[in-house]
Design a protein. Structure first.
Length: 546
């Protein structure tokens, strides 16, 4: 097998690629030219076939027709190992890291340099001794990684445990893994979905440096403003076909959105001022959360004396860099954070949380679910869906014990079929097949299933975490419209989001969290993204306006 060496430029052409899954034609005759030393954007609606195309290029899927040509030679990739050997690597939207292990261990996993055997061993000993049992040459690995990180300006702490690092650094580790293996074409699937604005700027600086070194980069994304900021060329897919390719400096966000969806799209939905009522749907009073045992890289105080109220008929947005207590706050209010001293998650709790006038400080998730609450979780795969179950069951997940869903411990399949069909139609989930397993849908359509499940029951309180993460512009418009419609029906909405544009668009009030505290509060229109960013980074002191 040909191994691409450092310094080789890759000219990659995809010619007539087609992929069919059962009755679904995911890709049809895709043609794409990826030039060396360029950053290429690949955009389209959820389910348009973007990820499928790149997974064929990376060897995860075998094409049913067409070919991949690398530097003039047709190549067949039977696995990602073959693609990496040809200089092509991919960073997936959901990182493939072993979180309990060190950064160094994650980078070299599967490509570990081993110790040489002393001369006293027979010459053929390394061949008869299993490589898996050979000691790893960690010093050699560290030296090689250090050279890579120094060359591309990608600093990472090699001895740190991955689980203790922010997502921006974790993504950097994924990129280093590919460079360590001499990848010259890097495919990044939704690379900024979990990044803060600062981390996004750092990523883009690194990508520009890679481009200057002769690497090619493909970015699969829904964030069209970022496409305009970082790419040289953009290809647009719709319904499994390539519908356009343009030079970035010759197009606009509006043109790309129209090509993606096939119609004009409202990139920022009009939101009328809220008319909140005085009754509270959510209230946290002096809520404090401490770790019973904090590691050396952890703060003992996770949430520090939080006081927050959400009224019926308003959207309250929570802005903050990931890792400043937002996720624990979310878990506390949906019942997945074990309560009490020495609980199974090891937290000590003080203060109170009420939802719809019901104390839930020490409630379980099932007790919270019994209230009129809609929950859109942070991680749709781990917390929102059963990926190997069909969509009918996923459309009732969390509500399966209610009378309309089950009887005497058995699911009412007719009711599930009717409910799921209604959700699929109302929330435009594609394809409309409710018998498909959840894992068969694109990320955006998986998100629509969750949003439809939680909002179709007209909850009085909605807590939503990154509701548009990884969804296309058409779905963003739709999901935002549904959240505002819930607000206008009288629901209170608490929105956690790492997307500041989303926070600014939807929120009637914005609070900023930093190191477990609320450090700022603004009414709609009373702050700028720059002000929010400063507070998110710990600057600017305590700010309350409006």
């Amino acid at each position: 097998m040909h191994e691409t060496q450092r310094g080789d430029a890759l000219d990659v052409r995809i010619v007539g690629l087609t992929k069919i899954f059962g009755a679904v034609r995911a890709n049809s005759g895709i043609n794409l030219h990826l030039k060396p030393g360029t950053i290429h954007g690949l955009v389209g609606e959820n389910g348009a076939g973007k990820s499928t195309t790149m997974k064929m290029l990376y060897g995860l899927y075998a094409p049913d027709a067409g070919e991949i040509v690398v530097n003039g030679t047709a190549r067949t990739f039977k696995s990602p190992t073959d693609a990496i050997g040809a200089g092509i690597g991919m960073v997936h939207q959901h990182f493939m890291l072993a979180e309990p292990y060190s950064v160094l261990d994650n980078i070299i996993l599967g490509a570990e340099p081993v110790q040489k055997f002393p001369k006293v061993f027979p010459r053929n000993f390394p061949r008869i001794f299993p490589r898996a049992l050979c000691p790893i040459n960690r010093r050699q690995a560290a030296e090689r990684i250090t050279k890579v990180t120094a060359q591309y300006g990608l600093d990472v702490p090699l001895d740190a445990r991955v689980a203790s690092l922010p997502v921006g650094i974790q993504q950097r580790i994924e990129i280093i893994k590919l460079l360590y293996r001499h990848a010259r074409l890097l495919i990044l699937d939704e690379p900024t979905a979990v990044l803060t604005p600062l981390e996004t700027r750092e990523l883009f600086a690194n990508l520009r440096r890679l481009r200057a070194e002769g690497h090619s980069v493909v970015i699969i994304t829904h964030k069209l403003e970022e496409v305009m900021a970082i790419t040289d060329e953009v290809s647009v897919m719709r319904a499994g076909k390539m519908v356009g390719k343009v030079e970035t400096n010759a197009t606009s966000v509006e043109e790309l959105a129209a090509l993606m969806v096939g119609r004009e799209v409202n990139l920022r939905i009009p939101v009328k001022p809220a008319a909140p009522r005085n009754d509270s749907v959510f209230e946290a009073r002096n809520y404090t959360l401490r770790r019973a045992k904090a590691g050396s890289d952890e703060r003992s105080v996770v949430l520090d004396d939080l006081n927050l109220r959400v009224r019926a008929g308003e959207v309250v947005g929570v802005a903050g860099v990931e890792g400043n207590g937002q996720r624990e706050f979310f878990e506390a209010m949906v019942g997945t954070l074990s309560a009490g001293a020495g609980g199974k998650k090891g937290y000590r709790i003080a203060g109170h949380i009420n939802v719809l006038s019901t104390p839930i400080t020490h409630a379980s998730s099932s007790e919270v679910r019994s209230l009129e609450i809609g929950i859109i979780p942070y991680d749709r795969h781990r917390e929102g869906l059963l990926l190997t179950h069909d969509s009918r069951e996923n459309c009732m997940l969390g509500y399966q014990r209610r009378p309309e869903a089950s009887r005497r411990g058995f699911l009412r399949m007719r009711a599930l079929a009717a409910t799921s069909a209604s959700i699929f139609e109302t929330f435009d989930v594609r394809p409309r097949d409710t018998m498909l397993e959840a894992k068969a849908f694109s990320g955006g359509n998986q998100q629509k299933i969750i949003v439809g499940r939680e909002l179709s029951r007209n909850p009085r309180f909605v807590v939503a975490a990154n509701p548009i993460r990884g969804v296309d512009v058409g779905a963003i418009e739709f999901i935002h419209t549904q959240l505002i419609a819930a607000r206008d029906r009288g629901a209170g909405v608490l929105l956690f989001s790492s997307d500041l544009d989303e926070i600014m668009t939807l929120s009637d009030r914005i609070v900023v969290m930093y190191e477990g505290r609320i450090v700022g509060e603004f009414s709609r229109g009373a702050c700028t993204i720059e002000q929010l960013g400063m507070l998110m980074g710990g600057g600017g002191g305590d700010k309350r306006h409006g």
